[in-house]
Design a protein around this ligand. Structure first.
Ligand code: SF4
Length: 200
């Protein structure tokens, strides 16, 4: 089983976004679009130093929020999304993060990928995060014939056991960063060399 091989190769694979509080993880997820987790962790630390609670964030001047999160890119849309999340969290969700991805996705900037990240990391609900690494790796190894993230997710949900779904996303990221890079994959040293279809 590919997941077992990946677990052996990357025993410490885990979410690389800081996630000490559920609502902060959700904000970090929003900031992570087209940005590195490292940058998001640095920038969000500054954001939460200034605004300690979602109520503080909701009361903030949007221009000040935009100034802080600018290093994460897509400033205008991410500022709107972060403030929309703070509004829903404080005024509609009873200061909790919903465990229903469809509810989470009513928030600006939260698609299936981020919703699955949130419910998996916070509530332990089996959900696969299909990011760019997971999408690429899954296609190359032959777990899907699709490249559209929603279709990839549907395919993976059929073949990845529930117990492995949260870990699989993290493992795919590790594999994609180390061996199965977008350019020049290192198939010779890859832990999936024996079982991969190598559709590169
Ligand atoms: S064997 Fe090659 S194509 Fe397959 S997962 Fe490893 S690096 Fe990627």
């Amino acid at each position: 089983m590919m997941t077992d091989a990946l677990r052996r190769a990357f025993p410490d694979a885990a979410c690389t976004l800081d996630h000490e509080e559920p609502e902060r993880l959700a904000v970090r997820g929003i900031l992570s679009a087209q940005c590195t987790d490292k940058r998001v962790n640095i920038t969000s630390a500054e954001l939460f130093l200034r605004y300690k609670t979602m109520d503080d964030l909701l009361a903030a001047d949007p221009c000040d929020v935009a100034d802080i999160i600018k290093p994460c890119g897509l400033t205008k849309s991410k500022t709107a999304a972060v403030l929309d999340f703070a509004d829903k969290y404080c005024n509609y969700w009873g200061h909790t993060v919903p465990d229903d991805p469809d509810v989470l996705m009513t928030c600006k900037g939260v698609g299936r990928k981020i919703a699955n990240l949130i419910i998996g990391e916070i509530y332990g609900i089996p959900a696969i995060v299909v990011d760019t690494h997971c999408k690429r790796v899954s296609y190359r190894v032959g777990l899907t014939d699709n490249t559209d993230p929603d279709k990839v997710l549907t395919d993976l949900n059929k073949v990845i056991r529930d117990d492995d779904k949260i870990a699989f996303g993290h493992l795919a990221v590790e594999l994609g960063r180390t061996y199965c890079k977008a350019q020049n994959p290192d198939c010779g040293n890859c832990p999936l060399n024996e079982c991969c279809r190598k559709r590169v």
